[in-house]
Design a protein around this ligand. Sequence first.
Ligand SMILES: [Zn+2]
Length: 162
Amino acid sequence: MCRFLSAPFSRGRGEERKKEAAAAMARSVAYVSPAKLLAMARGNPRVAIIDVRDEERSYQAHIAGSHHFASRSFAARLPELARVTGDKDTLVFHCALSKVRGPSCAKMFSDYLADQTKDGSGVKNIMVLERGFNGWEISGQPVCRCTDAPCKGTCSPEEPEL
Ligand SMILES: [Zn+2]
C-alpha cells in the first residue's frame, strides 16, 4: 500500500504566516514529516540530516546517520557544512522541535549557498524536519545513541533490535 502524505501544511494563521510561507517557498525551505524523511533517506546517500541542537545531542539520542552542527557555532561552520555535504542534493535540518534553531540554520545555510554559487550550480533542496527530533522520537522512528561524530549509522527500521 502506498499512501501519499500531502506535503504542504496549511496552518494559515493570518497574513504573517502566509508571508513566512511565501518566503520559505521562495528559498525552497520546506517541511518534511518524520515518516516522509525516513522514506526519503532510506538507501539514499544523497540525503543528509543536519542536527543543529546544542549540548542536548550529547545526552539525548539522535537520528541515525545525522551530522551535528550545533546552532551556537553554526555560522562559523558554514564552509565546513558546505564541504561535507558537497555530494548531497537534499539537506534536512532539525533541532529539538524545529521551531527556531532548525529553520533559522536551514535558512542561513540556504542563504550561504546562494551567495557562494550565484550560477545556481550548488542548488540544493533544503528542508526542515517537522516537529524536530522530539517529534521524530515520539512518532517511533529509529534513533541512535552512538558517540561517533558524524554518526555512521543509517536509517534502517528493518534493523533487528539488539
Ligand atoms: Zn549515531
